[in-house]
Each structure stands twice: as C-alpha cells, then as structure tokens.
Design a protein around this ligand. Structure first.
Ligand code: CU1
Ligand code: CU1
Length: 290
C-alpha cells in the first residue's frame, strides 16, 4: 500500500507533533547528521571535475527523490505513521505561513546573526545542534524573505514556465541548460544574483541561512521543499503524458562530449545508490501526494 505525503498546511496538530518528534529522534541518534554529510559530499558543481549526481545535472530530480525516500524510511523506523509533508511555496508565501509555525519548523532568525529563536529547532530548545556546517555557530539560521535584500518566492507562473516545457533536460545537461524542465525547475538562470535564481534555487535563497549551500539539510524545511519539487516532477509527467516524458539523457553522452562521465544516463546507476533514474521515475507504488 502506497502511503500519502500531505500538504503541510493540512497537517493536524498530532501529525505535526509526530513529524517533529521523529526528526528530533533521528538527530538524537546521530542519523540526521549523516544525511547532512551525504548532501555536502554530493554537492558537486559544474566547475568541479567528476560525476555530478545531485545538482546541476539531469539526476537532480531522481537523486533527491531517493534521498527523501531514505529520510522517510528513517523517520518511519521511529514512527511508522510519519511521512514527509510538502510545502507548496506558490501558495504558502509568507514568513508566517504553514511551515513556519511554533509547533512545526519555527520562524525566521533574529536580525543580528540569523539565529532561529522559535520552534523545536531553535538553539534554546537544545535538541538541534548544528554539527555539519561550513559556517561558524552551532545554531540553525534563517532569513526568511531576506530582510535586507527582499526576494519573493517563485509564483505559480514561474513554476508553470518550468512545467510547460515538454522536454526533460537538454545538453549540456548542467546549470547552463537554457531549456528543459529539469533546469527550469532546479533554477539556474542566466545573469547574476536575484534574477538568476528560479524556482527551486530561489526558494533556498528565500529561506536563507543554512538553506543556502551544501549544508542546507541542516534546516528541516529542506525536506518539505524537496517534497514539493518531487511533486512537481510527477505533475510535469502528468501534464505531458506518459511516454513523452522520459528522463534524459537516455544514453551516456558520446566520446569527446565534455559531459561524458559527468552525468548519469537513464539506465546508469545513480551514486550513492544502486538504482537508475529509470527505476525512480514512477513513485506511485511507494507513495502518493494528497
Ligand atoms: Cu540538494
Ligand atoms: Cu534543494
């Protein structure tokens, strides 16, 4: 039986409590920080050598799908009733909207050092010490909406611009791919600064603090954000119809192509797992979105 991932704005008080409780228990056991480390390890960009799996690559979507499944399985070992909720940032668009309540993720950081002061992940609670980070400080940080340089969350229209593209991804299969659903959703645009951050990337920037960069998993909103990104992949498949919407590239780039051995093709395994993008395209037997 497939389980259901719900819109975070529809969770009951009990569901919020159990989700938070399971996260805190994983943190207490040391399992949570393994997820943070894995994400940092796989944070490879265009400018670096080697295979890119998690970001700036076609496998951005299947990589994070599997990463969420691993976290969800860990949560369910603590409490079998828990699933990862999704945050629809086209609807819940303010710093006081659904995910940011006192009994779920808490709110923004204070002005001086972006330290989160409210909710279960605030330093004051003592249960959410940051251990894997590139910045100083052992407390979670956020700057919702970027107080000094305000930035708006992506709109429904911004998301539709990605969802309307009928091709999964295009050469050169990286952050400069000007077309293709994957990069329009991942959100590496042209230009510099605010204008270049689209959809998924813009949301990381809007949250700010730890959500910017490789250590973003330190903020539990990471999972709610990526559950929605994952939902968008399903929505895109439905919008364009089965068959036309397969993962690309179907085959590895040719010899001599600069992207050869840098990206994962449809039937190649996706590190650190022993699965292929092909095997991750359909999640309907595992979970559904409500
Ligand atoms: Cu990521
Ligand atoms: Cu992300």
């Amino acid at each position: 039986m497939a389980y259901t991932r719900k819109d975070v704005s529809t969770l009951t008080r009990g569901e919020r409590r159990r989700f938070v409780g399971a996260l805190l228990e994983l943190k207490r056991r040391g399992e949570y920080d393994e997820f943070v480390r894995t994400h940092i390890e796989y944070y490879v960009s265009d400018g670096e050598d080697g295979l890119r799996t998690a970001h700036m690559a076609p496998s951005f979507l299947p990589w994070h799908r599997h990463f969420l499944l691993d976290l969800e399985a860990a949560l369910q070992r603590v409490d079998a009733s828990v699933t990862v909720p999704y945050w629809d940032w086209t609807r819940d668009r303010t710093a006081t909207a659904a995910p940011w309540s006192e009994d779920l993720l808490g709110g923004t950081g204070r002005r001086s050092d972006q330290r989160v002061m409210t909710g279960p992940f605030a330093r004051g609670h003592g249960d959410w010490t940051i251990r894997e980070s590139v910045t100083d400080g052992d407390f979670l940080t956020r700057d919702l909406g970027r107080a000094r340089e305000p930035l708006a969350l992506p709109t429904r229209q911004d998301l539709d611009w990605a969802l309307d593209d009928p091709v999964y991804d295009v050469s050169p299969w990286n952050s400069t791919s000007a077309k293709g659903f994957r990069n329009k959703l991942e959100g590496w645009g042209s230009g510099r600064g605010v204008r270049s951050w689209r959809n998924h990337n813009r949301v990381h920037r809007w949250v700010g603090g730890h959500m910017v960069g490789g250590a973003s998993v330190n903020d539990p909103v990471f999972w709610l954000h990526h559950a929605f990104v994952d939902l968008c992949w399903s929505r895109w498949q439905r919008r364009h119809g089965a068959g036309a919407t397969r993962y690309l590239p179907a085959e590895p780039p040719e010899f001599g192509d600069a992207q050869r051995d840098r990206v994962v093709a449809r039937h190649e395994t996706l590190p650190p797992w022993d699965v292929t993008p092909d095997q991750l395209e359909d999640h309907s037997q595992i979970y559904r979105y409500a």
